[in-house]
Every structure is written in structure tokens, then in C-alpha cells.
Design a protein around this ligand. Structure first.
Ligand code: NAD
Length: 299
């Protein structure tokens, strides 16, 4: 049994923490809004009143927070993770943040006597609940191996991709592919509706061919019903496309389609839709097609 502290019990962090409980770990959680802590306690975990209480006996500390500044806030300072976690424990950051921030924080963790692993995840809320996340892991090989059991409790595809920061770089590529795919699925659905095709039947056959993808499998049904409760918020994907765009620019790599989708995600957010699921990109396609007023055909 490993003592695991989980900080950030949001859409992803709470189900991940619950899967750690199910795997037999001794889990304690802390979150800014306390209602989420109660849900962890109801599932067999323990709750902490603050970060110090969460981490002081931890073998492993997991952070699952929105953005780079949130992670910097939680790990730094006298009340933060680095100053209060026992030496030799491992800090695993599963948040999606900037790779350069990850590298800097991994160095600071080492200076504080901790091991650092970046382990951003993909698979969405469903993957977090099912424990089937894809986890892209950066860090020293020995440090990663030491926490593989913890990572395996949350994901079914756990791959060490390189040194500190590499996990975040791979996650940035993941977000590029996901955003682009959502945009194309949105365009295809609006196109099919405009031609009054049986969209359910179309999705079924498309999913079986070369156009098949996880967005069609997991999101087409809710997109057709115009249900956009998150899931993965537009605000967060906008953050991630900022990371991809900056990292591509830094490497001198062109990502023309990615740049367009980054603009579209930003526009959706500027229209006040930051709290919707990222599949709400469909709303923009409708708008640009003059079809915002059109109900999806009932067949
Ligand atoms: P979320 O907003 O639902 O959860 C974040 C949680 O962190 C919230 O419960 C919030 O109260 C808590 N929090 C924020 N600041 C805090 C602080 N200082 N101290 C304690 N708690 C604090 O976000 P999410 O969807 O769970 O995403 C978390 C991270 O995972 C993000 O980096 C996101 O990009 C990434 N991610 C999300 C998904 C998804 O489908 N939702 C999928 C893969 C990766």
C-alpha cells in the first residue's frame, strides 16, 4: 500500500483518486472547493484541510490542476508541496502544463529532495472514471518505474517517453490531434445535416472505416444532440493550443491546421463558451454556415 496525496479533485482528479482507492492505495485528497473532497471520502479516501496535511506522510503526491500558474502555486512556497513532502517521495504532475515550466519545477523538486515525474493524461472524463487513461510519462527511467504501479491504477496505456518535460510535449501533440479531429467531425456533422442524411447511420458507417476515430465514438452522439456539458472545457483546450502553438514556434515547426483550430477555439471562448465541452466547436461551424437557427433533422 502506498500513501498517495492527490491535489486537485476536479473532473479528472476525483475519478483518478477514486481508482487509486480501488487499487488499494491509502489516498488523501485536497481541493480548493471542499465538496469534491467529500466525494473522495464517500469513496473510501481521506480528506485534508490543506496541502500540508495532504502531503506530510505521502510516498507519492499527484497534482491534477488546470494550468501552469496553478501548479506553481501549489508546489511552491512554505505551505506548498515541495516544502512539506517527506524526502525521497515522488511528485507526479498529471496536469497539462507548459513543458518549460515542467522542466523548471522538476529541477526545483529535486533540489527539495523529491523525485519528479510529469504524467499528463488523455482519455477524458470517461477514461479517468474507467481507469483507461493514456498516460505520457516524462522523467528519469528509475523514478518512473518506481511509480508505475500508481500510474497503472489510473491508466491502461502508460508509456515512458523521455526525460522531464517529454510527457508534456507528447501531450501537446495529443491536444493538437484532438482539436483538429473535433473540428473535422464538427464540419462533417453539419455537412451531413445540411444534406438531410440520417446522421446516426452516417456516424456508424464512418466509424468503421478509415475516418473512424475516438471523437466519433465518444462525442458524436452528444454533438448531434447539441449537449456540450464538459468533459473537457473549451478554456482548457484553448490553454493547450497556446502551449502547442508556442512550442511549435520555438522548434521552428509549421502547424498550419493547428494554428487555424487554435484561432477557432479562441473565438469560441471569446463568444462566452469557455465553460462548454470542446466539442462545442460545432457551434462555430453552424454559425459560419448560417445554420445556428436550424434544428438537427429528426429521422
Ligand atoms: P477541473 O477544473 O475540473 O479541475 C481542477 C481542480 O483543481 C478543481 O477541482 C479546482 O477546485 C482545483 N484547484 C484549482 N486550483 C487549486 C489549488 N490552488 N488548490 C487546490 N485545488 C485547486 O479541470 P480538469 O478537467 O480536471 O483538468 C485538470 C487538468 O487535466 C488540466 O490541466 C487539463 O488540461 C487536464 N486534462 C483534462 C481532461 C478532461 O477531459 N477534463 C483530460 C485530460 C487532461
Amino acid at each position: 500500500m502506498t500513501n498517495v496525496a492527490v491535489i486537485g479533485l476536479g473532473i479528472m482528479g476525483l475519478p483518478m483518486a477514486i481508482n487509486l482507492v480501488k487499487a488499494g492505495h491509502n489516498v488523501i485528497g485536497f481541493n480548493r472547493s471542499p465538496a469534491r473532497i467529500d466525494q473522495l471520502v464517500a469513496a473510501g479516501g481521506r480528506g485534508a484541510a490543506n496541502i500540508i496535511e495532504a502531503v506530510r506522510e505521502a510516498d507519492v503526491v499527484i497534482t491534477m490542476l488546470p494550468d501552469s500558474p496553478d501548479v506553481e502555486d501549489v508546489v511552491g512556497g512554505p505551505d506548498g508541496v515541495f516544502a512539506n513532502t517527506p524526502a525521497d517521495a515522488t511528485w507526479i504532475d498529471t496536469s497539462t502544463i507548459r513543458p518549460d515550466v515542467t522542466v523548471r519545477l522538476a529541477n526545483a523538486a529535486r533540489e527539495a529532495g523529491l523525485k519528479a515525474v510529469d504524467a499528463p493524461v488523455s482519455g477524458g472524463e470517461a477514461g479517468a472514471i474507467e481507469g483507461t487513461l493514456s498516460i505520457m510519462v516524462g522523467g528519469d527511467a528509475a523514478d518512473v518505474e518506481a511509480v508505475r504501479g500508481v500510474l497503472d491504477s489510473m491508466g491502461s496505456t502508460v508509456v515512458h517517453v523521455g526525460p522531464a518535460g517529454s510527457g508534456q510535449t507528447v501531450k501537446a501533440a495529443n491536444q493538437l490531434i484532438v482539436a483538429g479531429t473535433i473540428q473535422l467531425v464538427s464540419e462533417a456533422l453539419v455537412f451531413l445535416e445540411a444534406h438531410s442524411v440520417d446522421t446516426q447511420a452516417a456516424v456508424t458507417v464512418l466509424a468503421g472505416g478509415l475516418a473512424g476515430n475516438r471523437i466519433l465514438d465518444r462525442k458524436a452522439a452528444s454533438m448531434l444532440e447539441r449537449r456540450f456539458e464538459p468533459g473537457f472545457r473549451v478554456d482548457l483546450h484553448h490553454k493547450d493550443l497556446g502551449i502547442v502553438t508556442a512550442a511549435a514556434r520555438a522548434a521552428g515547426v509549421a502547424i498550419p491546421l493547428g494554428a487555424v483550430v487554435a484561432q477557432l477555439m479562441g473565438a469560441l471562448r471569446a463568444e462566452g463558451h469557455g465553460s462548454l465541452d470542446h466539442s462545442a466547436l460545432l457551434l462555430l461551424v453552424e454559425q459560419m454556415s448560417g445554420r445556428s437557427h436550424v434544428d438537427p433533422p429528426t429521422i
